[in-house]
Write a protein that binds this ligand. Structure first.
Ligand code: ATP
Ligand code: MG
Length: 293
């Protein structure tokens, strides 16, 4: 398959196994978090991955971004097999594929200014920052709808929606072609959610990104998805164009999922907000930085 006609991203037969200890004798059993998943994302489209908690969405995202290694299966990006990339090739791949997580505060180092945060991908890529760090950061901030005069501020000085925009600016700085949003708007209030979704769509229109968009809120998925893949117990049970999956679901599990209460329950929401505030107050090093991104 030529690079041009190949999908932007393709995962084929992806399997991720974890071992678990079970029972009174703590026997090790193998558990398949992702079980033979095949999916594609094309340039300029948004593939939404939906399914109940624990169905394997985030694990699929981690496999796609090569944050964890596959047990078996292949990961292709722009027509190249990237399943076993290492060293500088893996580094390049990790710039091309950016991940935006749910909690913006936990993925932004609280001790770093916005300028430092959004220019970090260029430092990681050992690239010269065009026009200098300040001008570059200001430009990015303007693109994501933040006040460029706030480039010296710290994450805690921004609201949740603004902090997520910082995360988006940082992802943009890396020059990605595939952007994986793992519940990226789930922690935001509905009105802010809509604004961030609009921003993601604008950026997609400008840049031609493919999005792998994970969300448990089907109202959000309806707003953004081109196609939908439904996950259940580690497998994809149904995939198709958004309106087909929503209006004419074929699989019984998809039908059940569509009938479920769309919004998150208040107790979960409360716990999430508390955890977020605790992180905002603290100084937890970011998962993204630990992974050397
Ligand atoms: N590092 C790990 N070690 C062991 N088990 C794991 C690990 N990561 C995920 N799992 C298990 O794999 C399954 C799928 O988890 P995953 O996080 O991919 O689900 P999810 O669909 O993203 O759920 P949620 O909607 O709650 O985010 C779960 O049962 C989870 O406990
Ligand atoms: Mg998840």
């Amino acid at each position: 398959m030529s690079t041009e006609s190949a999908p932007l991203f393709r995962g084929t037969g992806l399997v991720k196994e974890y071992s678990r200890s079970r029972g009174i004798f703590k026997q090790r059993t193998v558990f398949r978090a992702v079980d033979d998943v095949t999916l594609e994302v094309r340039r300029g489209e948004t593939l939404a991955l939906v399914g109940e908690s624990g169905s394997g969405k985030s694990t699929t995202a981690r496999l796609a971004a090569r944050l964890v290694d596959v047990t078996s299966g292949t990961v292709e990006f722009e027509g190249q097999d990237v399943t076993h990339l290492k060293g500088s090739d893996l580094r390049d791949f990790r710039s091309a594929v950016q991940v935006i997580f749910q909690d913006p505060y936990s993925s932004l180092n609280p001790k770093h200014s916005v300028e430092r945060l959004v220019t970090a991908p260029l430092v990681y890529q050992k690239r010269k920052i065009p026009g200098g760090a300040r001008a570059f950061a200001r430009d990015l901030m303007a693109r994501v709808g933040l006040n460029p005069d706030h480039s010296e501020r710290y994450p805690s000085q921004f609201s949740g929606g603004q902090a997520q925009r910082i995360g988006i600016a940082r992802a943009l700085a890396a020059g990605p072609r595939l952007v994986i949003c793992d519940e990226a708007v789930s922690a935001l209030d509905v009105s802010v959610q809509a604004q961030v979704i609009n921003l993601l769509r604008e950026l997609q229109a400008d840049e031609g990104f493919g999005y792998l968009f994970i969300a448990h809120d089907l109202a959000v998925v309806r707003q953004i998805a081109t196609r939908v893949a439904v996950m259940h117990q580690g497998r994809i049970v149904e995939t198709g164009p958004r309106d087909v999956v929503f209006d004419h679901p074929q699989d019984d599990y998809t039908k059940t999922l569509l009938q479920a209460v769309p919004r998150i329950d208040p107790e979960w929401d409360r716990r999430r907000r508390e955890a977020q505030q605790a992180r905002r107050a603290g100084s937890i090093a970011t998962a993204a930085e630990e992974e050397g991104r």
